[in-house]
Structures are given as C-alpha cells and as structure tokens.
Ligand binder design. Sequence first.
Ligand code: GDP
Ligand code: PGA
Ligand code: MN
Length: 595
Amino acid sequence: MSAPATGHRDLLTWVQQVADLTMPDRIVWCDGSDDEYRRLTDELVETGTLVRLDPGRRPASFWARTDPSDVARVEERTFICSPDEADAGPTNNWVAPDEMKRTMTALYRGAMRGRAMYVIPFCMGPLDAEDPKFGVEITDSAYVVASMRIMTRMGTAVLEAMGTDAEYVRALHSVGAPIEPGDADVPWPCSRTKYISHFPQTREIWSYGSGYGGNSLLGKKCYALRIASVLARDEGWLAEHMLIIKVTSPDGRVRHIAGAFPSACGKTNLAMLDPALPGWKVETIGDDIAWMRFGPDGRLYAVNPESGLFGVAPGTGWTTNANAMRTLARGNAIFTNVARTDDGDVWWEGMGDPPAHLTSWTGASWTPGSDEPSSHPNSRFCVPIGQCPTLAPEYHDPRGVPIDAILFGGRRKTTVPLVAEARDWNHGVYLGATLSSETTAAAAGEVGVVRRDPMAMLPFIGYHAGDYVSHWISLGKSAPAAALPKIFYVNWFRRDEDGGFLWPGFGENIRVLKWITERLDGRGAAVDTPIGLVPPPSAIDVSGLPATDLEAALRVDPEEWRAELPLITEWFERFGTKLPAVLWAELDALKARLG
Ligand code: GDP
Ligand code: PGA
Ligand code: MN
C-alpha cells in the first residue's frame, strides 16, 4: 500500500511534516500483509541487510549482521524529556523537551534522503481491547518494518480501527544514514550519533541513529514500558518488564505467574519452561512485557501487549529451551548477530555441538578453535509468539489473566538465595525496589557489575523512580490483601566456589514454581529468615534431580546481607523525599532482624 487509506487528519498531517523534514524518496504506508513482508525481505536480501536461510530447514527466515557498534540498547543515549527535570528522577538522562527537539530536528533534517519512509500503524495488545493502545512508527528501515510485523499487531486492520480520531503514540525512527546521490547503501546503516528520546507529556518517541531492536522497534521498550509506565501511573495500572505464564499443577489447578528479571536474566526462558517434574504444565502468555490492571474482583489482570519474541540467542538450545527451538523451527524468524552455517542454517553458543565451520556474527570465518565466540552475546531471534507450541489460549484475551504471584529476580553470584517469599505486599515492593543484578550484554557498557534495578525497570521507568515505587505501594491499597498477588524473589544464578551455577535452572525451575504454588495454597514449609520466608531444602521437590547443593543455593548468610545494607541505604538516599517512608521502614526492620 502506498496511498494512505485513512481519514485520520492528525496522522496525515504528522506524516507529511515528517516527510517534509526528513526528505525521503517515497512514503510507504505499511499494510502488514504477507505480500508486503515478502517484498520487504526480498529487498533486504538484495541490499545485503538480510541473508535468506535454507528454506528447507528455516522457512521464510533470515540472518542479519549489524554494524559492530550497534548491538545493544544504549542507556547512556536514552532520555526522558519531561518538561520538569525533577520528573525524570535520579535514574534517567534528561534534556528539556524543546532543546531535545531542536537538536534532533536538526539531525532528522534530510536524514531519510535516498530511502523509503515507512508508516507503520500498530497496536500494543489485542485490537479488540476496550481501550486499544495505538501507535504509529515512522521509520526509514525496512528491517524495522519486518521486525515490527513480528513483534506487534500492525497494518491496515490497525489503521481502520484507529478511525479518524483515535489517540496514538507518535514514534519516529531514523537510522540516521541518508544515501547521497551516487552513493551505495551499506548492509547495516546507522549513525555514530544516537538518541533514544521519550517525551512523556506528549506521548512521543524520537529515536535516531540505531537499528538495534531495543532502540528501533519502538512499540517494545520505548512505548510498552517507558511511555506506558507514565500512562499507567496516570491511569492507575502497571506497565512492567515481566513475563507471564500459566502454570497447571498435576491436580489441575491453574495459577498465573508474572516475573520481572532484567534484560538477559531469564524471562524468555521461564516463559517457555519445559517442566522437569511430571504432570506439571507451563504455558506461555508473555516473555517480556506485562500490562496489569485491577479487575472489578480486586485481582490484578495481566496482558502481553506484544505479538512476537525478541529473545537472546546464546544459551538457547534443545536442553535449555526446547520450546524456543520448536518456535523457531516453524520459520518466519529474523536472526540478528548469530553465526551462519555453510548450509544456510544458524548456530550460536549453547545450541549444541558447533559445526566445523561457520560465518561468525562479524562476517569472519569461524571454527571451534577460534578465540572469539561465533555469536554476539546479545544476538537475538525475532519470531511470532503465535508459533510457540506452548502458547496459552488466554494470550488472546484482552481482559488478561489474574496474577497469583509476582517474581522479582536478577543475576547474583552470591548472597541472594534461590527463592524467598515476601511477608506482605509492602515487603514485596521493598524486595522489588532493592532488586540487584549483574549487568549483561543487553545494554552497551560493562558486563557483570552489580547494580540496583528496581522491578527490573531501571532503564525503562519513564518518570521518577521514587514516584514509581510509590505507585506500587499505593496500588497495594487499592485491593483487599487477599486478592493481591504474593511476591517472591528468585535467583537462578548463584555460584559455587568454582564458579559453577549452584542450581541447574531452566526446566528444573518448575521445582521452585511448585514450592511457590504450595505457598499460594497455604502449604509448603518456610523458614522465617531476616530477608523473607525461605524454603528449607526439604521443601523443594528434588525427585529425579542429580545431586544439587540446595543448602548452599538457599542459604541466607547474615554476613553477606549486612554487606548489602550500606548499598541499599545509598540507593534509597538517591530517591530523596520521593521514597515512600514504608520502604525506609522495611530497611530498618531488615537491619533489626540482621542484628
Ligand atoms: P531475558 O532477556 O530476560 O528474556 O533472558 P533470557 O531468557 O533470554 O535468558 C538470558 C540468558 O540467560 C540466556 O543465555 C539463557 O540461556 C540464560 N538463562 C535463562 N534462564 C536460566 C536459568 O534458569 N539458569 C541459567 N544458568 N541460565 C539461564
Ligand atoms: P530483553 O529485551 O533482554 O529484556 O529480552 C531486549 C532488549 O534489552 O533490548
Ligand atoms: Mn527476553
């Protein structure tokens, strides 16, 4: 489609304004059809951005390599441009909206020369929701269009549903690499100058210079978390960095669990868990983002606003995440920065035995003797969630699923036990607010450094982090305590002295979920420790599990926890007067319990 089939005046005006500024060769209104996807991917193969994989084993699937400088989210270049600097809080970069718009308008001027400008109408969450959340992304990247088709509901149906006056988030993206007359394009256009800017007051996103998913697929982290967290604050709901699963125990009881872990800390894997315990069933609803609202019954209902999976490739294999492998085997996937086999398949570290020869993510010839990994640690697969064999039917329900338990978790080599239960909602919010994790390759910068990451939302809160945790505290008052989800803290990543994981993780995590469901039932043994309710080793079902040092995985060492106290105090001090007093009280109570 190239003529706009819409009478939405505001949208038409905005599209024209952007075209006047960015000066593309042509404007393409995306219809979301199979035909369009085929055409775009054909074009991307021609320009060298994509390589078609062997249709026999990877139908309609493609391999992409980014510029080596454009492999992850760029938190240093991400801005929350609220009118008042104080509203961005201590955890976000801030520039005044006018100033940022001036700077970026200059960058956008002529930025799409020589390129097509695509208009992507999209909807986060089911289109038949009571209050569908629309967005329109304008981009000069066909890779972004193809990926947005996987990750969101987009195209003509959305444009029709928007009618002539629906509200929508304006999301503008350019790779920032105009093609001058006579010049050829490069396989991965991007710019050294990058800005990922959010204007919460006017619900706008301006992204420039990067093609990496988290920076360019603007429905995902930018809209569904940063902008939506502001909408959620204003409208009394929650936009969270959480997976959603449906867990059925052998006796047929159904529970829904949401879990917040920082990027590359296990959400996608837990969302697709293949249970190691017989009789248990885990179904997938979401792997990255949960929008949650209280229902009339006082329970918290969660919806996954996305329609695809954008998962970390390394570590994904038949023994760790068979359901992801099955989802990918059905085709229609875009792989970015993994390695390609000589016979048109993909490979990455953790998939199994390496082939004798590969083309690595940098394009170099690779053999198992090579010093560097074949795939970038933040290499990704992008695939429709509808292909996931464990997708729960409730995924499609715009009302969402009632959440019984919320997990907070991170990557900690020491200190944090495998699982602990919060005493109540406020204690759970305290656990979330003090969540800590080692940094990963999902964001540019140093890897393996412990940082506080409230509710795994540190890079995604669109306003003041103190107001954000207050919002969590106040929502706990909007429902009877018995209706609220119970909150748990998990850590799959604790290590022994030799650096090995103390807990086998992946499908074995069902053993922890089993204890959690027992706690929800008011059963399941727990020891009252200073940090929360922790199972004694005997309370975790280890039937069929090879020898595991559960004692060590579950240990709460007061010495280690006392060492956390100054770090938590320092963290809380950063929030100033915005930190709810009840969280200081939780810290004081923890200090008292630790003696
Ligand atoms: P997400 O970015 O939060 O969705 O994280 P992923 O589920 O994609 O996992 C990120 C990385 O952590 C991958 O390399 C996984 O193989 C690894 N991982 C996920 N779950 C576990 C687990 O339970 N134990 C261990 N040891 N690694 C895990
Ligand atoms: P994830 O998100 O690592 O939480 O899946 C993608 C990203 O960080 O860009
Ligand atoms: Mn993920």
